[in-house]
Design a protein around this ligand. Sequence first.
Ligand code: XUL
Length: 530
Amino acid sequence: MAPDGALYLGLDSSTQSLSAVVLEASGGRHRVVYELSLPFDDTLPHYGTRNGVLPSSDPSIAHSSPVMWAEALDRLFVRLGEARLDLTRLTAISGSAQQHGSVYLNDTFARGLDTLHPGRALPPQIVPLLSRPIAPIWMDSSPHAECREIENAVGGAAALAQHTGSRAFERFTGPQIRRFATREPAAYAATDRIHLVSSFLASVLMGGDAPVDPGDGSGMNLLDLATLDWWTPAVDATAPALRRRLPALAPSSAIAGRLAPYWRRRYQLPGAKVVVWSGDNPCSLIGLGLVREGQRAVSLGTSDTIFGPMRTPRVDAGGTGHVFGAPTGEFMGITVFSNGSLARERIRDQYGLTWEGFSHALDTTPPGNGGALMLPWFVPEITPVVAEPGVHRLDLDERDAAANVRAVVEAQMTALALHSRWMEVTVDTIHVTGGAAANRQILQVLADVFGAAVHRREVSNAAALGAALRALHADRVDDRAPITWDELVAGLDQQVPDVIHPISGHHERYLAQRARYARFEQTEYARARA
Ligand code: XUL
């Protein structure tokens, strides 16, 4: 077993930044000793991203740069080296990444990663390994026709959902791969391996071809939840000879390899274990301490998500939610909204407010907003699927800044409640994470809309914390001194959560508003699809 004082590194390559959390484990307990976040736009401006995405005139296209993600790892290790940490005690590393994004590599990839030169910069060594310079990410909504083609080929949307946990979604990796294979057949032919963001970055760290875990794999419309193997009908329906281009699958607690010589020599690091990476939502589940069915989490980040553990897969018949694998080996239910922090920021900026001004607007307006409603579809929406962005107002004066602030937040929280009913769980406690969790006024609306207590903890990046906890768990399993998931999350020393309780009377008001919001959403949704 690793000696007392062992360090575990959790990384999170999200849409907008690369973050790290370091845990120190001693005497059966563990605590966070270091946290860092590097926003891509500011840290690596030469890639020209905005909020981590490459500019595009087409709102349905969202691409980013795999080389930028790899270079961010390099920058992060520089910063880790400058921190007061004894990195000779670094025992295991795992990671979390934005889900669904795909990285296309040629047949020199595995050898190229194995022979990275520690004395040379990383980006020019990664570029020649790519068969596609960009990576489509989860915000991309372009493969619309491809979704229908895949569903039709496997016997319909319900059949695809029954096997893979979701009907076809534009941002899922399978439809993205199909679009690439059809539109750029030569580049597809030159592609030897297709990685997720998570498995690509794990590969870069271990200097080899890393596996995909069931958590991130289930965001592809390609993985059979019953067997945890690729589902042949979906693989065959997606693109020619895809099977041989897909990575191996492995449980999220597997050790994929050891830190490659590039990192060891360049930063004087030990040969720490590299644990299989997963998606940000499965990692956040662990970071928030949710290992039992009935618990619920809300992440208010670039995307807003609501999720919770599930013992056995229960697919959403309505077709909005997803079932993913969870790091525990069980499952999780999740619903995702693309108009999260970007929508909040657009409203803040439209009215020239600071975040303090935004909070003040919430403080000075009544719950229910006097009946004023908004549908904040600033970018194409996932839930419900709306391809043409547009902001819709009902009984809401666009000139009234405070009412518009309340309207965007109430819309988001109401949509979270409305579109998570399929998980069939009575919610009395919500664990919250993501940048907007810092805003108490937003959390008050969340508590009031759900009629549930909202728990907020000090470590803001639950995904990176979850990855660090997973690294510790996998190390114990590997050392034949396993700890249970309950022991793992209970062993974390952290502050007592800040609890935001619902205010008496507000929940009832929001219940009445919810039906009206649902009708408004239904009307505009139908109009957008007409
Ligand atoms: C999940 C999803 C988003 C991304 C954001 O299905 O699309 O939550 O994982 O990073």
